[in-house]
Design a protein around this ligand. Sequence first.
Ligand code: FAD
Length: 552
Amino acid sequence: MSNPTILTVDDDPLVSAAITRDLGNQYGADYRIIRASSGREALDVLTRLAVRDEPVALIAADQRMPEMTGIEMLQEARHQAPGAKLLLLTAYADTDVAISAINDIGLDYYLLKPWDPPEQRLYPIIDELLDDWRKAHPDHTSDVRVIGHRWSDRSHEVKMFLIRNHVPYRWYDVERDAEGERLRGLAQVAPEDLPLVLVPDGEALRSPSTLSLAAALGLHTTAQQPLYDLCIVGGGPAGLAAAVYGASEGLSTVIVEREAPGGQAGMSAAIENYLGFPRGLSGSDLAHRAIAQVSRFGAEMVLARDVVGFQTRGPVRAAVFADGGEIESRALVVATGMSYRRLEASGLEELTGRGIYYGTAVGEANQCEGDVVYIVGAANSAGQAAIELSRFAKQVVLVVRANTLTETMSSYLISRIITAPNIAVRYHSKVVAVHGEGHLEALTLADAETGASEDVSSSWLFIFIGATPRTDWLGSDIARDDRGFIVTGQDLLSIGSTRSWSLPRPPQALETSVPGVFAAGDVRLNSMKRVASAVGEGAMSVYLVHRYLATI
Ligand SMILES: Cc1cc2nc3c(=O)[nH]c(=O)nc-3n(C[C@H](O)[C@H](O)[C@H](O)COP(=O)(O)OP(=O)(O)OC[C@H]3O[C@@H](n4cnc5c(N)ncnc54)[C@H](O)[C@@H]3O)c2cc1C
């Protein structure tokens, strides 16, 4: 296949030559750079490429062109090159028009001319756009292959792990894909040993544990040093931010994550309120960017390891793993966030992972293509899932206990749900039972007002009913409230009585009842439960760690 194309469009010969030269210098080895001098010529080029099925990664068009403006051209280009990233070159006077184009035509970025020096003002932007494009258009030749049963909970776990760790994979359902059955036969794997995972240049893995899958993929699952300045438990936004700030400010830093970096935010289809991203960004994109930043600054990331215990040994703090082993550090940040609360309904435990899921991964939404999908929940997470799943499902039904969504969901999501033709909301309702042989086949819904119940057919139920912190592993030394949220700072003095704080100095803002152990993000009592606040607290915890380390 030929290299993907970057198309530049400008009627001004000097600007056209400059953008084509700068892009060619940096990206010419991997992309074909084509230059057009008008909107019409660019559309002709795109039509030719579309006919030959040649991919277009990026179109960079100047706004001010005679006959056809850059925005008009980019809007038309959506037909010939639907997935291409769209960049508008503008003068300062066109800024308002460019901002409107973000909503109107899905413009990806606008760049003010001139862009010198390109190393600072052009390449970082293009790098991100091309990176996003490549993620959406992966080269499948090096994919991991997963062969399993559609309704197997282990297959689901493996796929979730790959999606959330940004590992491209191809899925083969043994019952539906002849190729899947062929691969299973070749690897001589019995049906009960599925899922089979084929890693390029690696051994065939039979129903691998998360840890062995991570190791086979080359992810780090053990720490390299005997002692760190800072150990962070939890790789959500708070933990990732702490790792970036810790490592960039000279602390030897390790971060431990049991599932996948990104945390709850990684499950979000569109975070629209995070500063600096006017088009919003997906949680997976945010996580991907954060992971790159963490490794760029040299923090170590230990994946697929569950921290199940905590110990204080003089000035050393130890995080202990489920499967043995531990990490010692001089300071610890707990950023373990929250996990989904369990739904109480008859038959639910048995079918969880077999059509019933807590949360959902954006990349798996297409599994529900053409089906009827039920979602339980009334908060933003349920609303985002409904919108994402409605892109594939025939019908999405949101099951809500209350009579309204207005008290629990943001208005921008409510208006999208109400206007979506294939999303219905069932108010004052709850799921009381689930049924199915081997996988979900039907649900019983009860009406809280009339008491009437109804059985409905569906193979999919996604549950978003809030979350609780899982902090039992911290033992009794770290003060928590009765729901498990970690008490920090001044709250230790007011809530926890004298037992909670032992030193003559007052606790620092995010410090827990054990000096040198800090809590950041959703796991902390009275935290705001938002991405931005989690990131802010993660960053701030590092400043407090520095102050603490100066005292010991
Ligand atoms: C679907 C969804 C959509 C959302 N949308 C938005 C939005 O649009 N805007 C917004 O501002 N907020 C949104 N939120 C809320 C936001 O995602 C959270 O506030 C934020 O992720 C909290 O970050 P955190 O780092 O504190 O915790 P988390 O994101 O919960 O991350 C904690 C991490 O710690 C790991 N962990 C837990 N225990 C252990 C252990 N013992 N050992 C090792 N690792 C452990 C977990 O696996 C997890 O990765 C959304 C949440 C959800 C679920």
